[in-house]
Design a binder for this molecule. Structure first.
Ligand code: SF4
Length: 121
C-alpha cells in the first residue's frame, strides 16, 4: 500500500517555475524527478508573493547598521522589500505548520538559509 505523500515546502523556482528575477527558474532535478512521486510539494516564492514583477532587479542582503539586515535591490534604486517579505513570512508560516520539511534555494537572499552573502558588512 502506498503511503500518503509527504508534505514538503519548496522554493518555487526549484520546481521549475520561471519566477526568478531574470525570468528563469532553478529546476532542482532531484526534487522534480526523484522526490516528486513521494512528496506533496507546496511551492513558495516570497518575492512573487509580495508582488515583485518578473523580470525584476536582483535583491541582496545589506547590513544597514542600526536598521539591521535589509533586503534591497542590488541596482542602487533604493528599493527595500524587507518589511513586505517579513510580513509575508509571518503570515505564511501559519499555513506551513503541517509540513515535514522544506527545500530552500541555496544562497538566495529571500529563501536561503545559510551561506547568503551580506553586503556592506
Ligand atoms: S524568492 Fe525564492 S522561490 Fe522566489 S525566485 Fe528567489 S529563490 Fe526562488
Amino acid at each position: 500500500m502506498m503511503s500518503a505523500p509527504i508534505p514538503v515546502g519548496i522554493s518555487a523556482c526549484l520546481l521549475g517555475a520561471p519566477v526568478r528575477f531574470d525570468g528563469w527558474h532553478k529546476r532542482f532535478d532531484f526534487a522534480v524527478d526523484q522526490l516528486a512521486p513521494y512528496c506533496h510539494f507546496q511551492p513558495v516564492c516570497p518575492e512573487m508573493a509580495v508582488l515583485l514583477p518578473v523580470p525584476r532587479p536582483a535583491l541582496r542582503l545589506v547590513n544597514a547598521g542600526k536598521q539591521g539586515i535589509r533586503l534591497c535591490a542590488s541596482n542602487g534604486s533604493g528599493i527595500d522589500v524587507t518589511d513586505e517579505i517579513l510580513a509575508f513570512s509571518e503570515q505564511k508560516m501559519a499555513s506551513l505548520s503541517d509540513l515535514c520539511g522544506f527545500i530552500l534555494c541555496a544562497k538566495s537572499p529571500s529563501c536561503g538559509m545559510e551561506r547568503v552573502k551580506v553586503y556592506g558588512s
